[in-house]
Design a protein around this ligand. Structure first.
Ligand code: MUC
Ligand code: MG
Length: 373
């Protein structure tokens, strides 16, 4: 077995254009900043992770730039010189030295899983408990778009990739106008596909209680984080009063947050982003808590590129509790990717990439092209 000593940790900022702008509640992304983290072992093997947030610091406060500072200055020195199969010990040492910063820790956690699995010549899924599934449903997300553009994109995505459900971003404009747009879209689609909404925590209680029932009437099948993360009482009120399943996203950024949501009976589904939760091990703990309480978990995305998305696919393919499909579409939103092979999307699913580690190899020409000077 090759030497598992971590020889060096490197980071580089990439700016990867999207094929179209992606409008969130308070930010519109036209490119995705991605911090590519490389962990190289003495044995010569290199593993990759991605420091990614959905577009920028509006979502949770971290950004690719803050992650570079934290990893270069504080997390890399903890990793270098250690054995990569001390991963749990390294992650514990992260906690002693750096509070929070879970997106940054997740990038390191994934890169170490990739390096370790490659050194053992096994897929990352085997380090996470082994095979549960080989593919997972993929919901496609539309940013805030005018009705006709939304219908056209949905029809095109159904045709090309067979998506069976779609997530629609809300929260950026007048709630009445936003709600009418989504209700009309639901009517135009006539139940052909599932429609979900994500307000990214930007509606207050009264707005949510006023407009979510209209979206329920229109047939929306899931409300993702309609109201602020810390207000679990309102999330519970929405969950119990309106009857449409509620998914907690911003409310759950750690296993402890998941326990709080369970105790408050505040949601039916938890969005499992391996990024916001601080990596694959922390995500396993979070799913275990949700599963024990009968909550479903969804393989969620922070719009990662290929390496980060592959890590979440390996996670979902090794975790029975990811029982509510996924939205692991990140690489499809990029105008171009930066690995020598692409993840395989089709018939509404994405497949687990074959091969050791994450199953993808870097395309250094593309990476150099996207690297920020
Ligand atoms: C989020 O909050 O869900 C996931 C898909 C999308 O369009 O936004 C991200 C972040
Ligand atoms: Mg969300």
């Amino acid at each position: 077995m090759s030497d598992l000593t971590i020889a060096k940790v490197e980071t580089r900022l990439l700016d990867v254009p999207l094929f179209r702008p992606h409008g969130f509640a308070t930010y519109t992304a036209t490119a995705q900043p991605i911090l590519l983290v490389s962990v190289t072992l003495d044995g010569g093997v290199t593993g990759y992770g991605e420091g990614v947030v959905p577009g920028g610091p509006w979502w949770g406060g971290e950004s690719a730039e803050t992650m570079k500072v934290i990893i270069d200055g504080h997390l890399a020195p903890i990793m270098e010189g250690r054995q990569v199969n001390e991963l749990a010990g390294i992650m514990a040492d992260f906690e002693r030295s750096v509070a929070n910063m879970r997106f940054a820790k997740a990038a390191c956690d994934v890169a170490m899983h990739d390096a370790w699995a490659r050194a053992l010549d096994i897929p990352v899924r085997d380090l996470l408990g082994g095979r549960v599934r080989d593919e997972i449903d993929v919901t496609w997300a539309l940013g805030v778009l005018p009705l006709d553009e939304a219908v056209a994109e949905i029809e095109e995505r159904i045709e090309r990739y067979g998506h069976k459900s779609f997530k629609l971003k809300m929260g950026s404009g007048d709630p009445a106008v936003d709600t009418a747009r989504i209700a009309q879209l639901a009517q135009n689609l006539g139940g052909k596909v599932g429609l979900r909404i994500d307000v990214n925590a930007r509606w207050d209680r009264l707005t949510a209680l006023r407009y979510l029932p209209k979206l329920a009437e229109a047939g929306v099948e899931l409300f993702e984080q309609p109201t602020p993360a810390d207000d679990l009482a309102t999330l519970r009120e929405i969950t119990t009063r309106i009857g449409v399943p509620v998914m907690a996203d911003e409310s759950v950024c750690s296993p402890a947050d998941a326990l709080a949501v369970v105790k408050a009976q505040a949601a039916d589904v938890i969005a499992i982003k391996t990024t916001k939760l601080g990596g694959l091990q922390e995500s396993k703990k979070t799913v275990a808590i949700a599963e024990a309480a009968g909550l479903a978990c969804h393989g969620a995305t922070s719009l990662e590129g290929p390496f980060g998305t592959a890590a979440s696919i390996h996670f979902a393919c090794a975790t029975k509790g990811i029982s509510f499909g996924s939205e692991l579409f990140g690489p499809m939103l990029l105008k171009e990717s930066y690995t020598t092979t692409d993840l395989e999307y089709g018939d509404g699913v994405v497949k687990l990439p074959e091969g050791p580690g994450l199953g993808l190899e870097p395309d250094w020409d593309k990476i150099n092209h996207f690297t920020r000077n």
